[in-house]
Design a protein around this ligand. Structure first.
Ligand code: ADP
Length: 281
């Protein structure tokens, strides 16, 4: 802690009031350090596939020039590395865009059931390739939420994608939507909608949970990369949920599975009020 700025002003009665402002520069230093770490991590993540690409291009222009079998194999690897860079750049762009408007609250209304259906559909093929069944469990009617449809689609897609990535073959990934009426704490509680994604995967040791939504934090970096992960999915989820004034909770048991739940404020407007579950008081 340190740094000070003084601000003096007369009180009109001959005395002087001195207002001393102490700035918490440790917080500023910490955020500068985080930014520097982020740039270093992002550069490192991009440098690795880039080095692989350069290596293979040089080999293809030199020693492997006339080797058709090697060319096909190398092109396959180069394609995968390019896709990895592309995923990373897309996630970095998403993150920076979300950060830019994190201080504005969404005003539109979104239908979480429709969003969940499209997120499930987008991942069905990937899940089926490992015999994973995607199940959507939604009530016949659900209150709308206040939110940005594209961003909420990204939230559910990232969570379902992770569940599919980290669950065991031949298991089920269940997406459950439900209205939630928080316990009344004196004031009338705001109705919420919850969306949870549960898998039967390896689970996550509790020591990792507090850091799981940090950018590039992975329990097992090699495994995440092998599965096509960028290490940014949950950071994107956290920022979008924050922007929506929602909450993300993670429950996990090693060897049993994980459940990621997003709680979002229901949209209550004069004409929509009837659809939203009423609370006592
Ligand atoms: P990644 O691209 O590595 O999956 P995320 O930010 O989406 O990055 O997730 C961060 C880390 O959290 C992952 O690398 C993985 O270790 C862990 N993780 C996320 N979802 C799950 C899950 N459903 N089951 C087990 N581990 C998970």
């Amino acid at each position: 802690r340190g740094g000070s700025g003084g601000n003096g002003s007369g009180d009109g009665a001959g005395g002087t009031i001195i207002i001393l402002t102490l700035h918490d520069i440790t917080a500023i230093k910490r955020s500068e350090q985080m930014r520097a770490d982020f740039v270093a991590n992002a550069s490192h993540e991009l440098r690795t596939p880039l080095a692989t690409l350069l290596g293979f291009i040089e080999t293809l222009r030199g020693p492997a020039r006339d080797d058709a079998e090697a060319r096909d194999r190398f092109l396959g690897i180069m394609h995968e590395q390019s896709r990895r860079m592309s995923r990373l750049v897309n996630d970095l762009l998403s993150l920076s865009k979300i950060e830019l408007d994190e201080h504005t609250t969404p005003t539109s209304q979104a239908d979480l059931a429709r969003i969940a259906r499209s997120a499930v559909a987008a991942l069905e093929l990937k899940a089926a390739s490992r015999k994973i069944k995607l199940v959507l469990d939604a009530p016949a009617s659900l209150p709308l939420v206040t939110g940005d449809e594209d961003q909420l689609t990204q939230v559910l897609q990232n969570l379902i994608d992770n569940a599919v990535k980290y669950t065991r073959d031949n298991t089920e990934v269940r997406v459950t939507l439900a209205p939630v009426t928080p316990a009344s704490g004196g004031r009338r509680p705001a109705p919420m909608v919850s969306a949870s994604v549960a898998d039967r995967g390896e689970g996550i040791d509790r020591t990792h949970l507090p850091r799981l939504t940090e950018r590039f934090y992975r329990v097992d970096a090699a495994r995440s990369r092998a599965l096509g992960g960028t290490g940014l999915g949950l950071a994107i989820v956290k920022h979008i949920v924050n922007r929506h004034r929602g909450r993300l909770t993670i429950e996990s048991e090693v060897g049993v599975g994980s459940t990621f739940t997003v709680l979002l404020p229901a949209a209550v407007s004069v004409d929509e009020g009837a659809q939203v579950p009423r609370t006592a008081g």
